[in-house]
Design a protein around this ligand. Structure first.
Ligand code: WTA
Length: 665
């Protein structure tokens, strides 16, 4: 378990409490703690009845379900299994003939500031036309479609069009390398790839299609019949005859009506790869109904969504947050949402605040890393400070992806929220589908750095290795004791790994193990997440497996003999990646070490993507190992942090190596 950073440690003494204002409580959907407690009591009294009610109230079914939860093949739980529905119909068609029909669904702001608005009706037309294009290429229910797209309306259209046909999308974040794309194309068995010629970020045009071409040329991708290319810019890209089509070619002559394909509730809506404890990313498989129900309910509960809201989640559609709180939740809830193509620091670091003012954003949801970098920018240059923009439209702020340190929380609360907007620190994971532990804006008294309490129906607890409850005030492992509808269904193609990763036998095989450490406060029972307990790092809110980076490093077989990767706290990115490397040649020093470190960083960027580049690379003659040959990572963590080694090193085979590694920075 990695040690918390000093900033996070300060949450241990956090005792400031910010209750919601009376007006906020009064206006909220879940109004006050008694309303929250009533929902929890409803779930406790009749667990299945509670979820059945939400399933009926929040989704439109073509065939209503009669069973709620099937636990007969635990931990492969099924929810609403005999019901049928279509996810895209639940995001778009449901609004036709209602007040939302002509409402703006998406306000798109491009990297260069150009603004496009699309109504629900128009969006339905575009999704339908694109779905017809996919259909014409032979895409049918159950096919896998890999999406590698920039943040654009078309990215959302592509995902929704797959859902409309019952095809299973697998979105790969645009920052992953050709090698990473290749691995996912093969693992998921994609028959179609959807991409763009390029993406625009920070005034730069970066190629996307070229990366797909490279990935598909790596071999084993024969299943991919077609590549659809959105022409984001005028720059020409290579088009393979008979395989590649532009969006306009594919959509030409297609009708803007496409009957949604009804699928079973448990039909996979998507597969999203995330990092785990081993070198191979996990294809997290989500269901259609349970997932979508929770996306919709959490929009209503956590963000207290009202018809007049302008919602903005800054996450990329390549991550789970972008799936649930860009592509599905806001549309299912009938919200107007902002989609932003660019980066928060272009043309300057006031971009987010200026956009909030420009679009009168009311609910703003972003990551602590972004907040921390914008604090730094605002301190350096008052012109990009949030006080230069009119942020009075805001009413709720959200945080996601990593622990938010109280200092950043307070700055966000004061300078962005004007001490008026509740900050919902939402804890959840790719595997959870939607929020699981979070404050409710019109109910929960807030404590900076704490995600507070589980949502009604989520049976979160903190336990020891054998699943016994740990008293408040002591740390342990975060678990969820009962299945819930939006949970991961399996790891695509690897049900054994699913069981082993999330439902340890030592805990009885039915308790969901989150992989995070947590502690509940002695007074309120509030949860505070202390960080991953496995070999997963959280860098700028992105999940990275240490083993994945190690595998990438040792794949440079001409140079690297051995590598170990650990995290160390970083004020800006939360955690930073540190690699300890043993070369096949003698240990380099000085300029030469710098040169080789750069070479290795570029190599990792090629193997996985720029987000996985180690910040520190240290070279040693070997690595600290036990006599049985196991790398002692806890020692490496201390060295990475620059700490004196206080741990017991008696089992260490080669103690002198510690000194060498400590000095090799
Ligand atoms: C971390 C992102 C503290 C945690 C939605 C989790 C958080 C991992 C929070 C999942 C939070 C996410 N406070 N830690 N509010 N939200 N995490 O799958 O370690 O990309 O296990 O999902 O991010 O990352 P993932």
């Amino acid at each position: 378990m990695s040690a918390p950073s000093s900033a996070i440690e300060s949450t241990l003494v956090e005792n400031r409490v910010f209750p919601p204002s009376e007006a906020t409580v009064k206006a909220a959907r879940i109004s006050g703690m008694p309303a929250y407690e009533a929902l929890c009591a409803e779930a406790a009294a009749d667990y299945e009845g509670f979820w059945a009610r939400l399933g009926r109230e929040h989704l439109q079914w073509t065939k209503p379900f009669t069973q709620t939860l099937d636990e007969s093949n635990a931990p492969f739980y099924q929810w609403y299994a005999d019901g049928e529905l279509n996810a895209s119909a639940n995001c778009l068609d449901r609004h036709m003939g209602t007040a939302a029909e002509n409402k703006t669904a998406i306000i798109f702001e491009a990297d260069d500031g150009a603004i496009t608005r699309v109504s629900y009706k128009e969006l339905l037309g575009r999704v339908s036309r694109f779905a017809n294009a996919l259909k014409a290429l032979g895409v049918v229910k159950g096919d896998r479609v890999l999406i590698y797209m920039p943040m654009t309306i078309e990215g959302v259209v592509a995902m929704q069009a797959c859902a409309r046909l019952g095809a299973i999308h697998s979105v790969v974040f645009g920052g992953f390398s050709a090698k990473a794309v290749h691995e996912r194309v093969i693992d998921v068995g994609a028959s179609v790839v959807i991409t763009a010629n390029a993406q625009l970020r920070g005034g730069k045009e970066l190629p996307l299609k070229a990366i797909i071409d490279e990935a598909l040329s790596m071999g084993g991708c024969e299943k991919v019949r077609n590549v659809l290319v959105f022409e984001r810019t005028k720059t020409a890209c290579n088009m393979v005859a008979g395989r590649d089509l532009t969006f306009s070619q594919a959509m030409q002559g297609q009708s803007d009506h496409c009957e949604p394909v009804a699928v079973g509730a448990e039909h996979p809506l998507f597969i999203l790869y995330t990092s785990g404890s081993t070198g191979k990313p996990k294809g997290v498989q989500h269901s259609t109904a349970g997932y979508l129900m929770w996306a919709k309910v959490t929009m209503d509960w956590t963000f207290d969504l009202q018809p007049s809201d302008v919602f903005w989640c800054t996450a990329d559609i390549g991550w789970i947050t972008g799936h649930t709180y860009v592509t599905y939740g806001p549309l299912a809830a009938g919200a107007t949402q902002i989609i932003f193509e660019g980066i928060p620091t272009y043309p300057n670091a006031g971009r987010f605040w200026q956009m909030i003012e420009r679009h009168k954003c009311t609910v703003f949801y972003t990551a602590p890393t972004a907040i921390r970098s914008l604090i730094k920018a605002a301190e350096a240059d008052p012109v990009v400070h949030p006080d230069r923009s009119d942020l009075s439209s805001l009413r709720i702020l959200g945080s996601v992806g990593e622990p938010i340190n109280p200092e950043a929380w307070m700055w966000y609360y004061k300078n962005v929220g004007g001490e008026r907007c509740p900050v919902v620190d939402t804890f959840w994971q790719t595997e959870n589908g939607g929020h699981v532990i979070t404050p409710l804006p019109g109910a929960t008294p807030l404590v900076p750095g704490s995600c507070t309490l589980p949502l009604p129906g989520i049976m979160a607890a903190i336990v020891d290795e054998t699943g016994n409850d740990i008293p408040n005030g002591s740390g342990g492992m975060l678990v969820i004791k009962r299945p819930w509808p939006s949970m991961i269904r399996t790891i695509w193609g690897d049900p054994e790994r699913f069981k082993k990763s999330y439902f340890p036998d030592e805990m009885g095989g039915k308790t969901y193990l989150a992989g995070d450490g947590a502690v509940r406060s002695a007074d309120r029972g509030y949860f505070r997440i202390t960080g991953r307990i496995d070999d997963v790092l959280n860098v700028s809110g992105h999940r990275m497996g240490t083993m994945e980076i190690e595998s990438a490093l040792v794949a440079k077989t001409d140079l690297v003999a051995e590598a170990a990767v650990v995290g160390r706290p970083d004020d800006l990115t939360g955690e930073a990646i540190c690699a300890f490397v043993v070369l096949k040649r003698s240990r380099p020093t000085g300029e030469e070490a710098k040169q080789i470190a750069k070479e290795l960083r570029d190599w990792v960027a090629k193997e996985i993507g720029p987000i996985a580049k180690p910040k520190d690379i240290r070279f040693g003659d070997n690595l600290p190992k036990t006599r049985s040959g196991k790398i002692m990572r806890r020692l490496l963590r201390s060295i990475a942090k620059g700490e004196a080694i206080t741990q017991d090193t008696s089992t260490l085979e080669n103690p002198a190596i510690l000194e060498q590694l400590a000095q090799s920075n």
